[in-house]
Design a protein around this ligand. Structure first.
Ligand SMILES: NC(=O)c1ccc[n+]([C@@H]2O[C@H](COP(=O)([O-])OP(=O)(O)OC[C@H]3O[C@@H](n4cnc5c(N)ncnc54)[C@H](O)[C@@H]3O)[C@@H](O)[C@H]2O)c1
Length: 453
């Protein structure tokens, strides 16, 4: 169907009535409330998104799918006037029914081990996809989604909002401009409170680990900011709080990635995560990074950007002492309006702009050129997620062997025996987790300007 004509554009490019992108939401939990909800409400109130290339384009939440539908009903009650009417589907066929409800794109924000099924359904129905991190848990799944997206001529994009954090944009800018030269090594840490593992995620946490859930933010940051080829993955962790000391559910994990750059120099990165930090911790999450370069050191602590606020009877449980006002901060604007904005919303908004550009940013006959251009944006495209998924799949496999009594495995990436070759102490032969080659066209050398390419 010719979207340009459907949308009311004349062939002279004059808009008679703005087109609408209808959104579907698969999963309506915490992250929906923190980022998608305020974004959809903001775009409803502001009339849509605008860019000179596509004019005004409305964006409306049209349908949601969830397990029970309870939160969707509560949201419907609370959102009167803030958003257009939307349909809610729950139960076993919820996603299929959502996809039949006339949506143009769907966002998948279910627990991470359910991303693949939801995403495959979305793409197979010919709808554009925006999936939460981690995109999927194996390269085989990634290959399949990528193939379907290409066959269906739709976008498959991932939300990596930490790339939109102004501090991380500055880090990348200094690297790209060659001011920070050649990363040598670094560490990142992200600690979630116990309430995440004991409450919010209790239903699906068995067999899961906090690394897949949050280390992936930093895997992507490292991969996108410094480029290079992933060479090896090692991981260990601790158990005994969320599950039993010898079971498959992890309290905390320590991941090590080794990258190699075009000049054959290597860098190592340690990423520590947990979801058993005390609930009375002064901030929601503890996030810290340090990257060391040939000529500099980057230290960042996102909980200590400058604000510490104590309120009797409120902090640190009801309200946190260190507030991240950059992610999805709520405030009263100087002109009196209440708003919620930040990089958590920006990542979704950017996707909506990219999608509007593909569908309405020029003549229908040039859609595939626009689609290719947007696919080449590496910050969020599924095709550029190979090394991140390789790291996640390796980490999961190493932890699974550890839980089965064979700890301290190491995965060699693009080893002669296979793309992901898992070596466990005591085994002569590696176990091949993925036979194909991991490094794709997107696994670049060092970013431009680092003086080493
Ligand atoms: N970008 C971030 O910083 C960030 C933060 C939190 C969560 N997330 C990601 O968002 C995703 C969801 O996390 P959350 O915290 O919102 O989880 P949550 O447990 O609060 O919500 C999960 C939602 O998925 C629904 N659901 C579960 N299985 C389903 C299925 N088979 N079909 C349809 N709906 C289903 C549940 O009903 C619920 O609405 C995870 O992948 C997580 O990694 C990202």
């Amino acid at each position: 169907m010719d979207k340009l004509h459907e949308s009311g554009f004349t062939n002279r490019g004059v808009s008679l009535s703005p087109p609408t992108l209808r959104a579907g939401m698969v999963g309506i939990g915490m992250i929906f409330d923190e980022t998608y909800r305020p974004l959809f409400e903001h775009r409803h109130a502001s009339g849509g998104v605008y860019d000179p290339s596509f004019g005004l384009c409305r964006v409306e939440l049209a349908a949601v799918a969830s397990r029970t539908g309870v939160r969707a009903e509560a949201y419907r009650q609370n959102s009167a006037g803030k958003i257009a009417a939307f349909e809610s589907f729950s139960g076993d066929n919820a996603v299929a029914r959502l996809l039949e409800a006339g949506v143009d794109f769907a966002c998948v924000a279910t627990p991470d081990d359910r991303h693949f099924a939801g995403s495959k359904a979305v793409l197979s129905a010919g709808k554009h996809l925006l999936v939460e991190k981690p995109s999927v848990l194996s390269l085989a799944e990634l290959d399949e989604l990528e193939r379907i997206a290409r066959e269906q001529h739709v976008l498959a994009k991932i939300v990596y909002h930490k790339l939109f954090d102004p501090d991380h944009k500055k880090l990348r800018t200094l690297v790209m401009d060659g001011e920070l030269q050649h990363v040598n090594n670094g560490y990142c840490s992200l600690l979630e409170p116990k309430s995440i593992s004991s409450g919010q995620f209790a239903e699906w946490i068995r067999g899961r680990n906090p690394g897949t859930y949050v280390a992936v933010h930093y895997i992507k940051l490292i991969d996108f900011t410094f480029g290079g080829r992933l060479k090896s993955v090692a991981c260990t962790g601790q158990r005994g709080l969320v599950g039993s000391a010898d079971g498959p559910t992890w309290d905390s994990t320590q991941l090590r990635l080794v990258y190699e750059y075009a000049d054959l120099r290597q860098a190592a990165f340690d990423i520590h995560t947990s979801w058993v930090a005390p609930d009375n911790f002064p901030g929601y999450v503890e996030q810290e990074v340090q990257f060391r370069f040939d000529n500099g050191v980057w230290n960042a602590h996102s909980r200590k950007r400058g604000v510490e606020c104590t309120i009797e009877g409120s902090t640190p449980l009801k309200r946190k002492i260190t507030i991240n006002n950059h992610y999805n901060g709520t405030c009263i604007e100087p002109w009196g309006q209440r708003s919620q904005r930040g990089y958590g919303l920006e990542a979704i908004d950017r996707f909506v702009h990219e999608l509007a550009f593909v569908e309405y940013g020029g003549p229908a006959g040039e859609r595939s050129r626009r689609l290719d251009a947007v696919r080449n944006l590496l910050h969020n495209d599924l095709a550029a997620d190979r090394q991140v998924v390789a790291a996640v799949q390796s980490m999961e496999a190493i932890l699974a062997r550890h839980a089965a009594g064979r700890p301290n495995g190491v995965v060699e990436v693009d080893h002669p025996a296979g793309g992901l070759a898992l070596f466990t102490p005591g085994s002569k032969e590696p176990e091949i987790l993925y036979p194909g080659r991991v490094a794709g066209a997107h696994a670049a050398g060092l970013p431009r300007g680092t003086g080493n390419t």
